[in-house]
Design a protein around this ligand. Structure first.
Ligand code: CDP
Length: 445
């Protein structure tokens, strides 16, 4: 039997999820699941029963009473509710206008999420929705988020409706879609968001074939032997253990907030830099999370022995003087392959222990790597070994991992050069907040 894959495809209305998910399901031998149809099914049933779709108390009896049966038809999961297959009625105007209110009800979400999870026993799935990668199957490595501008999405939906003989005006469709987007993104339970580690595809201006290809190439990439074969795991673990033990003895080394680092998917670990201690201190903590590629200045590789060692533990050499395209490309590819990359946005050690602005390259890397960022504050490393202290002192060092800066937040900063500097600023702001909160005693074990 071939390997079971759960392909999670999320995104706002009319972002192209359904068509692409169907196509991917067909080509990759998966069962197609339209999770939105389940929420539409509940909504349809409420309307059938004459139940007020805005009243979350009234939904429970409808859920408990109705009997759902599932079958696979033409490679897709279809269902009947109390013996009736709602079919096209699910996509009618009445259901469309009410579904986001119904889908926001926690009881409905629990009910549908449980049903969706059970479908796993059918085999490989290509499931589309709003929360598949974030809630329904958060552990799957195959997470995608399709997006497009509201205007483009409304244009597509309008064309679909016209083809079905409906008479809604383009402006009405846009407004209805925006209302639904707003409700879906702002609800308290499982709002529409980019799941951690999801691969974002902007479908504006790209046809179904192109998007399907991008998505399938990504799956193939994820299944290739990982680029972080660049890391020799034995050397890596040994190095972490030695650094960790030395830091514990000499610097009362502590690590806080390690669970903020996602266990899978591309991620950037961005730390402040005030001392030679920072790379080993952040690196040693990766013993408790996942192997991570560090970016370090290429001059460290000049010494042959040192160079060989750094290569074994997966360090990416970076020419700090010139924009190092090769290093950037390597890091971006690693992130896209789902690896973890650590770097120091300030570029070089702070001369006085204060936080410095981020170098411009960091924003570029974050934007192109399409990965979330974990901000990290290393406390005490300047006091333990500053640029001026001439050697190691036995001062305490604590590494604090902060909450993830999500891809959504990053995308919210826009695109292009302007966004790159905003991304750098945001990361340094989060590191500064960690510093402040730690120093106030608000972050502790
Ligand atoms: O086809 P379209 O993207 O317009 O909508 P759909 O996928 O059929 O989903 C209809 C509605 O169900 C959405 O607007 C959401 O309110 C809700 N939904 C959800 O909350 N979670 C999901 N996983 C899927 C849909």
């Amino acid at each position: 039997m071939s390997k079971q894959r759960i392909i999670a495809i999320d995104g706002p209305a009319a972002s192209g999820k359904s068509t692409v998910a169907r196509e991917v399901a067909k080509r990759m031998n998966c069962i197609y699941v339209d999770s939105g149809a389940f929420y539409r099914g509940v909504t349809w049933k409420m309307i059938q029963e004459g139940t007020n779709t805005k009243n979350s108390v009234l939904v429970l009896p409808v859920l408990l009473k109705s009997k759902w049966n599932f079958k696979i038809c033409n490679g897709a999961v279809v269902f009947t509710i109390d013996g009736v297959e709602p079919g096209e009625a699910l996509r009618g105007k009445e259901v469309r206008e009410a579904v986001s209110d119904v889908a926001a009800m926690p009881a409905v979400r629990t009910y549908v999420v449980n049903r969706l999870r059970k479908l796993k026993k059918l085999g490989s799935l290509a499931m589309e929705g709003r929360d598949i990668g974030s809630v329904v199957f958060p552990k799957t490595p195959y997470k995608f988020y399709l997006d497009a501008s509201p205007e483009e999405r409304a244009k597509r939906r309008h064309a679909e409706l016209v083809a079905k003989g409906e008479t809604e005006k383009a402006q009405e469709v846009l407004e209805s879609l925006q209302r639904r987007d707003q409700k879906d993104s702002s609800r308290a339970t499982a709002p529409l968001k980019i799941a951690d580690g999801a691969y974002v595809i902007d479908t504006s201006g790209h046809g179904v074939e192109e998007v399907t290809r991008i998505l399938m190439d990504r799956i193939v990439d994820l299944e290739k032997p990982r680029t972080d074969k660049m890391i020799n795991p034995v050397w890596y673990r040994m190095t972490c253990a030695v650094f960790g033990a030395c830091l514990k003895v000499l610097n009362q080394y502590k690590v806080l907030g390690i669970t903020n680092v996602p266990k899978t998917g591309g991620v950037i670990i961005a730390s402040n830099h005030a001392s030679y201690i920072d790379p080993p201190a952040v690196g040693a903590s990766s013993r408790k999370m996942r192997m991570t590629h560090f970016m370090a200045r290429d001059t460290l590789f000049r010494n042959l022995l040192m160079g060989a060692f750094l290569r074994r533990v997966g360090v990416i050499p970076l020419d700090r003087e010139r924009g190092d395209v090769k290093a950037m490309k390597t890091a971006i590819q690693l992130l896209r392959d789902g690896a973890s990359v650590a770097l120091f946005p300030e570029g070089t050690r702070s001369p006085d222990g204060t936080l410095q602005p981020a170098k411009p390259g960091i924003g570029f890397l974050v934007a192109k790597g399409n990965a979330p960022v974990v901000p990290v504050y290393v406390h005490g490393s300047y006091e333990a070994w500053s640029k001026h202290s001439g050697g190691l002192r036995c001062k305490p060092v604590t590494v604090i991992f902060g909450q993830l800066i999500t891809q959504e937040e990053i995308r919210g900063l826009g695109s292009g050069r302007e966004a790159y500097s905003l991304i750098g600023e945001l990361i340094m702001k989060r590191i500064a907040e960690l510093k402040e909160n730690f120093e106030k005693g608000l972050i502790h074990e």
